[in-house]
Design a protein around this ligand. Structure first.
Ligand SMILES: *Cc1c(COP(=O)(O)O)cnc(C)c1O
Length: 420
């Protein structure tokens, strides 16, 4: 790991914390990647790892999948930025609408962060109200209004609130615990007619994986509808991941608006927000909710997005990765029970996590896990060639490139390293 260490020393002089995004700052230093292919990532010192981080979610087909590479090469021949409409927008929008019927109109942006920011703006424009509700530990990107008790890196580092965010920018951000409809009803009653939207990850994915209790999403849908609150499902992780139609198809609950990202860009930057026609018709230039971007709907991301969706459609990807997820979770549960470790396995489909503590149903319960114990475990797994996301509060992702043998190898490694 000599070269990675040297590079990190250089990087620290140039980049805050030596990295371009906080969760990458693995202690004492992160490995630097030379190349990645399929389920494997290789560092600059020549060590190879089975990757369960998978770019933090986008790489559902694995690294450098040939179908995406071909689509990108084809597009490169024709140029990679036009500043004009192109047919790919319509093709990808049609695909998305087919699997997300609740998304009657949509806009292509560049990141999940932008998508949730714009979705909230549209909901506020539509209702003429300022406040919105988010879930404690829910992560919707790193924009001001959402940096309150946010999951992901913010929780890992213990600074859910950020310097530089004026109080005025978060005073309209209300929080409720996940899986708690009483708290939701009571906050709505106390702020009647002031709440524009409720945004939530249908399955929490940025505080480990936390599942909705039976009936929770249905109740949230009913309560928001009764109160004319725009319900936004942030499916940046779950979209095209749980199944083609994401969490809304899986749980059979239809939101008013949806945000997508990660998987739907095939590994290139993308974000999408969309929803009911009457809301989306308010987005500029059709309406007066302003949103714009030089790289919106850029042809490379759209081409990669189409390629990933076509591959998901034709290769039976979800069945394979969800089966692997099922087998992995059940084997890990057995290991934990046999060893009497007092840990919990959580997840759904191709997402999984081992909580170093009791199974949490919300943010404050998740925070009780043994974070330090997890980090020690993370390091042991890395030494034996398995790269997990470097935090208790991230999600492990299985890709189509992970083989049955690799899943078995991973189970063995968990079995040997979990005991400590
Ligand atoms: C990753 C993530 C985002 C932010 O997406 P970026 O592309 O990183 O800006 C938003 N919401 C959820 C649920 C995410 O997991």
């Amino acid at each position: 790991m000599k070269r990675s260490m040297e590079l990190f020393e250089e990087a620290k002089k140039l980049l805050p914390g030596g990295v371009s995004s906080p969760v990458r700052a693995i202690k004492p230093y992160p490995f630097y990647t030379r190349a990645a292919s399929g389920s494997r990532i290789v560092d600059i010192d020549g060590n190879e790892y089975i990757d369960y981080c998978m770019g933090y979610g986008p790489l559902i087909l694995g690294h450098a999948h040939p179908a995406i590479r071909e689509a990108l090469v084809r597009q490169l021949e024709r140029g990679w930025l036009y500043g004009t409409p192109c047919e790919l927008e319509i093709q990808l929008a049609r695909k998305i609408q087919r699997y997300y019927p609740s998304v009657e109109m949509m806009r292509f942006v560049n990141t999940g962060t932008e998508a949730t920011m714009a979705a909230l703006r549209a909901a506020r424009g539509f209702t003429g109200r300022d406040k919105f509700i988010k879930i404690e530990g829910g992560f919707h990107g790193a924009h001001d209004a959402c940096l309150v008790k946010a999951g992901s890196g913010a929780t890992t580092l213990g600074v859910p609130d950020s310097l530089g965010v004026p109080h005025d920018f978060t005073k309209n951000t209300l929080q409720v615990p996940y899986n708690d409809t009483e708290a939701l009803v009571s906050i709505i009653e106390s702020k009647k007619e002031e709440i524009a939207a409720m945004i939530l990850e249908p399955v929490l994915g940025n505080i480990g994986v936390i599942l909705p209790e039976k009936g929770y999403l249905e109740e949230v849908r009913a309560i928001t509808r009764e109160n004319d609150i725009v319900l936004i499902f942030d499916e940046v992780i779950t979209g095209f991941r749980l199944e083609m139609g994401g969490a809304q198809a899986h749980f059979g609950v239809e939101p008013d608006m949806t945000t997508l990202g990660k998987v739907v860009g095939g590994g290139l930057p993308i974000g999408i927000f969309g929803g009911r026609r009457e809301i989306m018709e308010l987005v500029a230039p059709q309406g007066e909710v302003y949103q714009a971007g030089t790289f919106n709907g850029n042809p490379l991301s759209l081409a990669a997005g189409l390629a990933v969706i076509e591959t998901l459609e034709s290769e039976g990807v979800h069945r394979v990765i969800n089966d692997h997820g099922e087998r992995l979770r059940s084997a890990l549960s057995d290991i934990i029970q046999d060893k009497n470790l007092g840990y919990a396995v959580s997840g759904i489909g191709s997402m999984f996590v081992v909580f170093f503590g009791d199974l949490p149903s919300n943010y404050s319960e998740a925070l009780r896990c043994d974070k330090e114990g997890f980090l020690e475990f993370f390091k042991r797994m890395l030494r034996r060639g398995i790269f997990l996301p470097p935090s208790q509060f991230e999600t492990n992702f299985i890709s189509f490139a992970h083989s049955t043998d690799e899943i078995d190898e991973t189970i063995t490694a968990f079995g040997e390293e979990l005991a400590g």
